[in-house]
Design a protein around this ligand. Sequence first.
Ligand SMILES: [Zn+2]
Length: 152
Amino acid sequence: MGLMEVASGKSVYRGYEYYIHNKVLVAEKVDEYQYHGAVEGTADEPYEVLIDVIHPRKSHCNCPHADGKRIVCKHQIAVYFKAFPEEAKKYKKELDDYYEEEEQRYDRIEEELAKHLKKANKQELMEMIWDLLYEGPEWQFNRFVDRYLNID
Ligand SMILES: [Zn+2]
């Protein structure tokens, strides 16, 4: 398993952002599988990072989240992407594909919903609205009342 698999999805995403925003100051190969890195973070000094691409659990970073733990943090991922830009491109493509799929899925649902609403009669529409108003969150109920009724 590589660093990407060991890290949480959130750390990979945040690491990608760090990489894209040029927060990785150094990413240099130190031996066959290891890279040393320095990453600008929230502290005054850059975080010191070492990644091991074969044994991800041997990687470390001195940020508060990962220091002394066997956690692959966003700084380690950022260094990984800097050392392997092709992997960053691959990750970006996966993200784009995912969002495109989600968008298409949403469009399909919207289409189906529109069809369904057009077919429904008044009684059915009323039931759907009651359902929404009473099963949904209170703000939804209040917003509906504010928008469509004149009650002082
Ligand atoms: Zn870190």
